[in-house]
Design a protein around this ligand. Structure first.
Ligand SMILES: C[S@@+](CC[C@H](N)C(=O)[O-])C[C@H]1O[C@@H](n2cnc3c(N)ncnc32)[C@H](O)[C@@H]1O
Length: 242
């Protein structure tokens, strides 16, 4: 099933659309149930860190986007259905959430493979066990996993990390390890659009959902600056891309 067919099955006007990608500016819990089963090749899942206290500011008013454990379970269950068999998911969690998120992850049916560690630096981190990393749960819909490049470690060194926008470099590694050119990547909490930007540069198609219009606008601005497949032409990464 192609991207166009997926878009046609969703009863909601895209906020932004280009040939190889689409962004919905709304609650992902409304969109996910409409995406056909087994239609995407990779899921990047990066929900707000503090599920119960997340605040979103809209133009008109203050809006609260509250995701509790049941919502996260619902979203994980939906992306499980949407993902093709044997394909991968990267679930960005946090040290505070890991003990809750791992059981949720397994209960939805995903197969747990490992934790990827994204190292980061910040004032005061690293002392008295203050964590200096972000855990990312790596799993698949079924079976064992294979990645493209065996020399890549599951510990990723720091790269301009901050609390919302994820590193395009880290995202590119995950995308390259788990997909082929033109595959479709879904990110239901796409924030400022890092997954879409990395996917586009790497010649992959993408579906993004984001509840905050402010972040949708940032994502669109970023996307307009990149060309589909532009990194496919850059010599340093082509060696293990296809
Ligand atoms: C941790 S951030 C994602 C950051 C993103 N990976 C990036 O690199 O910019 C989580 C995002 O989820 C969005 N969000 C929260 N609740 C949502 C919902 N119900 N549906 C869709 N997006 C939601 C937030 O507005 C926030 O931008």
């Amino acid at each position: 099933m192609g991207l166009e067919e997926i878009i046609n099955s969703i009863d909601q006007e895209p906020y932004y659309k280009e040939k190889e990608g689409v962004l919905y500016c709304t609650d992902c819990m409304d969109i996910l149930p409409q995406i056909p089963k087994e239609s995407v090749d990779l899921v990047i899942f990066d929900p707000p860190w503090s599920y119960d206290s997340y605040k979103q500011f809209s133009k008109q008013n203050i809006k609260y986007s509250v995701l509790n454990d049941r919502d996260i379970f619902f979203c994980l269950r939906k992306v499980f259905d949407i993902l093709k068999k044997t394909k991968h998911i990267y679930f960005f969690t946090s040290n505070n959430r890991l003990n809750k998120d791992l059981p949720l992850f397994s209960q939805t049916g995903f197969r747990y493979h490992m934790i990827l560690v994204l190292l980061y630096k910040g004032i005061g981190l690293g002392y008295g066990y203050r964590h200096e990393f972000l855990p990312v749960v790596f799993g698949s819909k079924q079976g064992t996993y294979t990645t493209k490049e065996h020399s890549i470690s599951n510990i990723f060194s720091p790269d301009n990390f901050n609390t919302l926008e994820k590193s395009e470099y880290h995202m590119s590694i995950m995308i390259k390890q788990s997909t082929n050119a033109n595959d479709i990547i879904l990110d239901p909490f796409i924030g400022s659009g890092t997954t879409a930007v990395a996917s586009k540069k790497l010649g992959r198609q993408w579906i993004g959902i984001e509840i905050s219009q402010k972040y949708c606008d940032i994502a669109v601005r970023r996307l307009k600056k990149v060309r589909f497949g532009e990194d496919l032409r850059s010599s340093d990464i082509t060696k293990w891309l296809k």
